[in-house]
Design a protein around this ligand. Structure first.
Ligand SMILES: NC(=O)c1ccc[n+]([C@@H]2O[C@H](COP(=O)([O-])OP(=O)(O)OC[C@H]3O[C@@H](n4cnc5c(N)ncnc54)[C@H](O)[C@@H]3O)[C@@H](O)[C@H]2O)c1
Length: 308
């Protein structure tokens, strides 16, 4: 296959590029390097720096492409509250631009990396794909809209479409931006440095943490399998972990007792999140391989920032 990965220089995109190159596919990446880093892409990848909304550029890059993995997005929930217009323009506008360009060039398949944040607070767990979205922030709204555009334009243009709702991915190379970093790399870094781990709320809020390699395997399968057209598929571990328990597992993996501070005045966000992953099993033949305890140990081994 010849594939194009938008946002392919990002955390998930780099790992996906490596997996697709290793499987013998021909891979191009389009990324504006807002947060991405193209320096560690495999040498076989053709890298293009540019914006996913640049339709003429897309016409060129889409020639001969069999499948697009659409990962390019603004990805910070708190930032989306400050800049909702920007999130709408990139995450929704970028998806529409891509679908339009795919129609013009005649590309037949696209996999969208959507997000579990779409669910928000729900009356029951585990979260399954049929639940009505309850997006708590503009980032989540932008992913709901991107899904709708994907499926509607896909039907109108005859393009096979599938959206993976990825839960909390973690693994080597995940950025740790100074503001609002993802919880796992931030806590691991703090634990190793002997700093404080700040938990918002009381730490009973739960999340579903899924290892990077498992996410990548699901994306690859979504680009290959039949009978996924028009489907939304959860990609999580299927395990519910409270932040308090995450801290214990990080202490175990790092061998360090953490200094935990609770900021009870600040909301811990959505109270519970755990994925129902039966559809991923049935449609993709996918089940997660890495449990959180082992995944954290692998992260410490494989991410040079955490080597001791
Ligand atoms: N990491 C997670 O836990 C997670 C969970 C759910 C969904 N997702 C989705 O998976 C995708 C990849 O996420 P990630 O964690 O690798 O984030 P990331 O920020 O590392 O990757 C996003 C990439 O998109 C690029 N980009 C941003 N705006 C662009 C634009 N206008 N044009 C071209 N490129 C642009 C960035 O430079 C970056 O390389 C995103 O769509 C994200 O919403 C991630």
């Amino acid at each position: 296959m010849r594939v194009l990965i938008t946002g392919g220089a990002g955390f998930i995109g780099r790992a996906l590029s490596k997996a697709l190159v290793a499987a013998g596919h021909s891979v191009s990446v389009l990324d504006n390097l807002l947060t991405g880093d193209a320096s560690s892409l495999p040498p076989e990848v053709e890298f293009y720096q540019g914006d996913v909304r640049d339709v003429p550029l897309l016409w060129t890059l889409l020639q001969g492409v069999d499948c697009v993995y659409h990962l390019a997005a603004r990805v910070s929930v708190p930032e989306s509250v400050l800049y909702p217009r920007e999130y709408n323009e990139v995450n929704v506008g970028g998806t529409v631009a891509l679908m339009e360009a795919m129609r013009t060039v005649g590309v037949r398949r696209v996999v969208l990396s959507s997000s579990s944040t779409i669910y928000g607070d729900q009356p029951s767990q585990p979260l399954h794909e049929g639940m009505w979205p309850n997006p708590p922030a503009p980032y989540a709204v932008s992913k709901v809209a991107a899904e709708y555009y994907l499926f509607t334009l896909g039907s109108l243009y005859g393009i096979t479409t599938v959206a993976l709702r990825i839960f909390n991915a973690y693994g080597p190379g995940q950025p740790i931006p100074p503001s609002h970093p993802p919880v796992i790399p931030q806590f691991v870094q703090q634990a190793l440095r002997g700093g404080s781990l700040v938990v918002f709320g009381d730490g009973t809020q739960t999340r579903d943490f899924v290892y990077l390699d498992d996410v990548v395997r699901a994306l690859v399968l979504a680009g290959e399998r039949d009978q996924v057209d028009h489907r939304i598929i959860n990609i999580g571990s299927g395990r519910e972990t409270s932040l308090n328990h995450l801290v214990e597992l990080i202490e175990e993996a790092t061998g360090r007792k953490a200094n935990v501070l609770y900021n009870r005045g600040r909301s811990g966000g959505v109270h519970r999140m755990v994925a129902d992953i039966s559809l991923a099993r049935d449609l993709l033949g996918w089940t997660p391989r890495a449990g959180l305890s082992d995944g954290l140990k692998r992260l410490l081994r494989e991410d040079p920032r955490f080597s001791r």
